[in-house]
Design a protein around this ligand. Structure first.
Ligand code: CTP
Ligand code: MG
Length: 431
């Protein structure tokens, strides 16, 4: 039996603020919730123990009735031990994880589990990329060879009896559990961690974490099934829109696809759209590529009203019709996070969509409407070919892949995400 122990008992003094960092909200979920979810989704994990400060215990028990919640101690070491003694008697392995590391992925958990087949103590680590120096009173006292230096992370996995004995016999103060096993003379091995699995320590790290949530983190997850779901797609005749509709129909979703027959630059939407939708996707957009100096105010208004003002009507429709909750998904653009030459109004309208998404996600939380914005990379569509004739097609994304990645966000709990899609074959593209 494998038990994951989530250490959420700290005060987060370096982070500061009223709420300990592991309970701070990151895109609609607590920092701690991400790691819990990663363990919940891994089939090798049989039980989850969450170690929390006393004043959070009742709230976390209410939220996670399926897991064991225990009190933390004054030090991380004490918190680990409290987790250990709460393990069931038939526990074979434990994996300790810092609640302040939200971006734990499936593969890292798997590497620790695999490591425990050949060793009784397994650390996760990434190579140090900076040169590490030892400094005492401003003087450099050592400069170890970087090739051998790694940064330790969590999870750290152990055979249960070994780590329990280490805790009960070794008396050093430590910031992690591997040190206890080392001190006991146990052979500890290291498996690859992940650059994204950093620990939120200071408030700057939260800023980084917000950016990381914008990367397509769900790539390895299965695409959900949309059978019987009522889906409304604005812009369903365009390149990405039609790929979305095709994929949804293959799944036996009940799809209403709208193209130019509904003019979303108007100030209202047709009344017949007032139906209960499970999913609304806004994929309609107008692309004008022109130097700013040549743009007319009408062109500006046109792009803004089709790409952005329409989002007001679409979001209102979602709010009005999704009585049982649902998914509102905007299709943005990679230019939204970097304005480009001759794309001023287009890039600006898409950037506005990104911020709107975050505001709506927070406002619609209680209505259970998840709002996400997916920014596709340059994609192999007719609109793209018209605007960029002669472009190397090998560097374009396939609309089918893009559609599938969009649909991952039309299901599940994720909300407030700005997802910047990019495929490995596109990384050599210029700009
Ligand atoms: N931790 C814990 N119990 C403690 C101290 C720390 O469970 N008494 C947990 C933290 O909640 C965190 C992880 O151990 O998830 C890593 O510790 P650290 O980053 O040092 O967190 P804090 O101790 O909370 O922060 P600080 O050291 O800045 O006060
Ligand atoms: Mg600490």
């Amino acid at each position: 039996m494998n038990v994951a122990i989530i250490l959420a008992g700290g005060k987060g003094e370096r982070f500061g603020g009223e709420v300990p960092k592991q309970f701070v909200v990151l895109h609609g979920h607590r920092v701690m919730d991400y790691a819990i979810k990663a363990f919940e989704q891994h089939p090798a994990i049989d039980q989850i123990i969450i170690v929390v400060p006393a004043n959070w215990k009742s709230e976390i028990i209410a939220e996670y009735p399926q897991h064991t919640v225990v009190l933390g101690g004054n030090t991380r070491r004490e918190s680990s031990y409290n987790g250990l003694i709460a393990c069931p008697t038939n526990t074979d392995n434990v994996l300790f994880h810092d609640a302040a590391r939200p971006f734990l992925d499936y593969d890292t958990i798997q590497r620790v589990i695999d490591g425990l087949k050949i060793a009784s103590a397994v650390d996760t680590a990434i190579p140090a990329t900076d040169t590490i120096i030892e400094v005492k009173e401003s003087k450099i006292t050592d400069m170890p060879i970087r090739d051998f230096l790694f940064q330790g992370q969590t999870p750290q996995g152990f055979h249960y009896d070994v780590i329990r004995k280490a805790h009960e016999t070794i008396s050093v103060e430590t910031t992690d559990d591997i040190r206890l096993a080392m001190e006991m003379g146990i052979e500890c091995i290291s498996v690859a961690g992940s650059q994204f699995n950093f620990k939120i320590t200071s408030s700057n790290d939260l800023y980084m974490a917000e950016r990381v949530t914008q990367i397509n983190a769900r790539k390895t997850n299965k695409i959900p099934n949309f059978k019987g779901k009522k889906v409304l797609v604005f812009g369903g005749t365009g390149g990405i829109g039609s790929a979305l509709v095709k994929r949804l129909i293959e799944d036996d979703a009940i799809v209403t696809s709208l193209g130019s027959e509904v003019d979303i630059s108007q100030k209202s939407l047709p009344d017949n759209l007032n139906q209960e939708w499970d999913i609304i996707i806004h994929s309609a957009g107008l692309f004008i590529k022109k130097p700013f100096a040549e743009l007319s105010v009408n062109e500006w208004d046109n792009v803004m009203s089709i790409n952005f003002r329409s989002a007001f009507l679409v979001a209102q429709l979602a709010h009005k019709t999704m009585k049982e909750g649902g998914w509102l998904t905007f299709i943005g653009s990679s230019s939204s996070h970097r304005g480009r030459t001759s794309q001023s109004v287009y890039a600006a309208s898409k950037a506005a969509l990104n911020n709107l998404t975050q505001s709506l996600a927070a406002e619609f939380l209680d209505n259970h409407i998840r709002v996400n914005c997916i920014n596709p990379p340059r994609t192999d569509t007719a609109m793209r070919h018209k605007a960029f004739p002669g472009e190397n097609k090998n560097l374009l994304a396939n609309p089918k892949n893009v559609a599938e990645d969009i649909l991952r966000y039309c299901d599940g709990d994720e909300t407030g995400h700005i997802v910047n899609l990019k495929y490995s074959h596109q990384f050599q593209a210029s700009r």
